[in-house]
Design a protein around this ligand. Structure first.
Ligand code: PLP
Length: 397
């Protein structure tokens, strides 16, 4: 008897999922979870947004069929999302769109398309980046190079190092950029930096692929897309992988979309055909429920207003936690070492702790974070900031 399956190479368990089970098994009452990347309220919940509940109730009532959609998903979802993300930066007739299972699905399908357009491509990733980026590329045998991005000394993006490294890219290479709220550093590109990156992509003929998983979590819905919208006007072709997991709180419903900005209608049609085919060979039709909820919210003025104010509240809470933690750490340590937390944006920042310090924070203080010392600011509350700061200061000094 052959035992083929037993010969499968062992895969590393997901680090964050392992961290979640360690946290669950910890019975200390004051434990704090800064690990997993979901938004939490001041009371520690990841609630269903009111606009989502209402849209779901409407759908339940009005939906008459669960028949298949199109392979690329619902055209109304495409329009609503293209409008949310790209605004007027690209003419409608030049945008191809593909509904995907979450932003992860969009990243995957974007890379599947890019490698078919140019089998010689290299994928350029920021150092550091979301660990799924290199993991997906490795699974697809896409060659990866990294460009310097986050400067731990200053807590901001190092544009000149980034441009120096990307200057080595060759025509047709793909540059993956975080649209806003860089994961894991929280350090975003300034408007001037986006313009420089756009010029470089144009000059070298690089294909930018923007990963947008946190629109609305940084400085607001419009501000968070200003950079990528500029890029869209400055280069002939661009991909955007969008997630609806965080800003609509639809994590498990798997809402995502891949947008391709094309130079003309003929290219758009060619890309759309490739997109249909990619979905068909992967899972045929994309998930529809969450996408339809999002479309309902974005196209109904009252629901949209309700969603935008809930999103604003999430954004402001993240900023409040950044300010509180940075102030408390400044007070305890008497240094401006953690000042950067206040200027960074989104759910994540890197504390700059060593792996030993991260382990000590977990075992000695019950404060859980990812091994690279990435913290999720939404894991804090006004009540827990003092104890988290005390633990961080104790472990890191
Ligand atoms: C940078 C980045 N891209 C994409 C995603 C995709 O999320 P999802 O597949 O859950 O929509 C995430 C989620 O953590 C992320 O942080």
């Amino acid at each position: 008897m052959t035992a083929l399956l037993a010969g499968l190479p062992a895969q590393e368990p997901d680090k964050i999922i392992r961290l979640m089970s360690m946290f669950a098994a910890d019975d200390r009452p004051g434990k704090i979870d800064l690990g997993v990347g979901v938004y939490r309220t001041e009371t520690g919940e990841t609630p269903i947004l009111k606009a989502v509940k209402t849209a779901e109730a409407r759908l339940l009532d009005a939906q008459l069929t669960k028949g298949y959609t199109a392979l690329s998903g619902d055209p109304a979802f495409h329009r609503a999302m293209a409008d949310l993300v790209l605004g007027n930066s690209v003419p409608q007739g030049q945008i191809a769109a593909l509904a995907t299972p979450g932003g992860t699905g969009a990243v995957r399908q974007g890379l599947e398309m890019a490698i078919r357009a140019n089998p010689d491509m290299t994928l350029w990733l920021s150092a550091p980046t979301w660990p799924n980026h290199p993991a997906i590329a490795a699974a697809m045998d896409v060659p990866v190079r990294t460009y310097r991005y986050y400067d731990p000394a200053t807590g901001i993006a190092d544009l000149s190092a980034m441009l120096d490294d990307l200057a080595q890219a060759k025509t047709g290479d793909v540059v993956l950029l975080h649209g806003c709220c860089h994961n894991p550093s929280g350090a975003d590109l300034s408007r001037d930096a986006w313009e420089e990156v756009a010029r470089l992509c144009g000059r070298l003929g690089l294909l930018p692929m923007v990963d947008l998983a946190y629109q609305g979590f940084g400085d607001g819905l419009e501000a968070d897309t200003a950079g990528l919208r500029h890029l869209a006007t400055a280069v002939p072709e661009m991909l955007v992988a969008v997630s609806g997991s965080k800003n609509f709180g639809l994590y498990r419903d798997r809402v995502g979309i891949l947008l391709a900005c094309c130079p003309d209608g003929a290219t758009r049609d060619r890309v759309a055909g490739t997109m249909d085919w990619l979905n068909r060979l992967s899972y045929a039709f994309p998930p529809d429920h969450g996408a339809r909820v999002v479309t309902t919210i974005l196209t109904d003025p009252d629901l949209r207003q309700s969603w935008e104010s809930e999103l604003d509240a999430m954004r402001l809470r993240l900023i409040q936690m950044r300010q509180a933690l940075s102030a408390e750490l400044g007070r305890i340590t008497g240094t401006d070492r953690f000042e950067k937390l206040r200027h960074q944006r989104g759910m994540f920042s890197l504390l700059g702790a060593t792996p030993d310090q991260v382990a000590a924070l977990r075992t000695d203080h019950g404060v859980y974070m990812v091994g690279d010392s990435r913290i999720n600011l939404a894991g804090l509350t006004i009540e827990t900031v003092p104890s988290a700061a005390a633990a961080i200061a104790a472990a890191m000094t």
